[in-house]
Design a binder for this molecule. Structure first.
Ligand SMILES: Cc1cc2nc3c(=O)[nH]c(=O)nc-3n(C[C@H](O)[C@H](O)[C@H](O)COP(=O)(O)OP(=O)(O)OC[C@H]3O[C@@H](n4cnc5c(N)ncnc54)[C@H](O)[C@@H]3O)c2cc1C
Length: 402
């Protein structure tokens, strides 16, 4: 176990000589094989030195740093879901991206868990051939279009977008809301209800098709780099072969929602690593009453709380990764993990922001940015309440949904 504090002489000892990954005091990452451990170190260095210092400006301006995509691809982040790494590496890599920036980790997570993995497993050979290579290198981007303006938490039963099979192809009609990457994606995996059998099916809809329009949702309080969009499908005609053969009912898609819920739970863990990094750095360098604020007992309690929350989250996620590896992760596990790490992330974010005092409300110090982003991961991929109800149903045998 790496030492956290080498001596009680505050300012320097807290920052110096602390081995990577600093915050992982119970050594979750030590379970990686040496090759993956090396890869994770390299990824961490790249994200902390190249990505983190650059993204704050983009976050302020609500813009996406497209020039970083090829860089992320170099570290395998375009294909992590299909490149045969261990589940633990995959999760820790998501956590490391989140530690540097939550929006970019949202892009990487949606891309891998909901686009690449889904196409790899459920698409036709022709669809895989058409899209997978470009996706792996981030030259192609897909977006996952499930939520609608009138249906968020109740989307499984309420989905209103329709797909009608005609002699010329499928005709898609409906609107989607909050779709990440919707303004720049090459295609959407659009979920629509087949008017013939009422089943929710998945369709690949190229964003350039006639009748597709996407409008950026601006003035978000968090995840500001990610471009979320309202997408309208107005009598969009797509070829018959654009239906995804393995996505013939909502149940088919549920496996991917389980994996993506686990990915967001990793975001909860990774965000807390970032919060701890920033809060500790600030505490040892900011002086009040003639000494670093890290010397004050209440500040140490706050740092301990953040570290405790981060450690609980990481340890929980390591076990989630082991279950995934064994093919035993079920929706209630993923829902419990997502609800728990994002709840703790919110508490950690508030504590970290407070350590920053007045400076803690400025994006420049990252703490306010992380606090705002914590709100988003608490809400998307099933809100805290909805994930609690999924767990509640599993542990009581009684559904509270209806
Ligand atoms: C930044 C961002 C990015 C997103 N990205 C995507 C994306 O890429 N693709 C996509 O398809 N979707 C995306 N979403 C949508 C996201 O999954 C939904 O916002 C989420 O499922 C909640 O739906 P809603 O916003 O309609 O809230 P609502 O369902 O209207 O919920 C409002 C409130 O009511 C509570 N509530 C609802 N039902 C119950 C109940 N039965 N019991 C107790 N409380 C309840 C909720 O917990 C919440 O607090 C994104 C959302 C955001 C904010």
């Amino acid at each position: 176990m790496p030492p956290i504090i080498k001596s009680d002489d505050a300012t320097q000892s807290l920052l110096e000589g602390i081995p990577f990954p600093h915050t992982d005091i119970l050594g979750v990452a030590d379970q990686l094989e040496p090759e993956e451990s090396k890869r994770l170190h390299a990824l961490h260095e790249f994200l902390q030195t190249k990505i983190r210092p650059e993204v704050g400006e983009y976050w302020d301006r609500e813009e996406f740093p497209f020039h970083l995509l090829p860089e992320l691809a170099k570290y395998g982040l375009g294909e992590i879901a299909v490149s045969g790494t261990s589940r633990l590496y995959r999760g820790l890599a998501y956590a490391e991206v989140t530690r540097a920036d939550v929006s970019l980790s949202a892009l990487v997570g949606i891309h891998n868990e909901l686009i690449v993995a889904l196409i790899d497993a459920l698409a036709s050979d022709a669809q895989r051939e058409k899209w997978l290579d470009g996706l792996r290198s981030f030259e192609k981007i897909g977006c996952f279009a499930l939520t609608e303006p009138e249906h968020g938490s109740d989307i499984a039963g309420g989905l209103a977008t329709t797909a009608e099979k005609t002699a010329d192809g499928w005709v898609i009609n409906g609107t989607k809301r909050w779709i990440g990457g919707g303004t720049f994606a090459d295609f959407a995996i659009c979920f629509a209800r087949d008017t013939a059998d009422n089943e929710v099916k998945g369709f690949i809809v190229e964003m350039g098709r006639e009748g597709v329009s996407a409008e950026k949702i601006s003035r978000k309080m968090g995840l500001r780099i990610m471009q979320n969009a309202d997408i309208t499908f107005d009598s969009v005609l797509i070829p018959h072969e654009n239906i995804i053969p393995g996505a013939q009912s909502f149940a088919n898609t549920n496996d991917y929602l389980c994996s993506s819920r686990a990915w967001v739970a990793w975001q909860g863990a990774g965000l807390q690593l970032g919060i701890f990094d920033m809060a500790r750095e600030y505490a040892v360098s900011r002086e009040q009453f003639g000494r670093p604020i890290a010397k004050f007992q209440l500040v140490q309690e706050a740092l301990t709380r953040i570290l405790g929350n981060a450690t609980v989250s990481l340890s929980m996620m390591a076990q989630v990764a082991h279950l995934q590896e064994a093919g035993k992760l079920e929706m209630p596990h993923a829902a419990l993990a997502k609800a728990t790490t994002t709840r703790l992330a919110r508490e950690s974010a508030a504590a970290g922001r407070n350590i920053g005092g007045g400076n803690g409300i400025l994006t420049d110090y990252d703490l306010s940015k992380m606090m705002s982003d914590a709100e988003i991961i608490y809400t998307y991929e099933g809100t805290y309440e909805i994930n609690s109800l999924i767990v509640g149903r599993a542990i009581t045998g009684v559904s509270a949904f209806v």
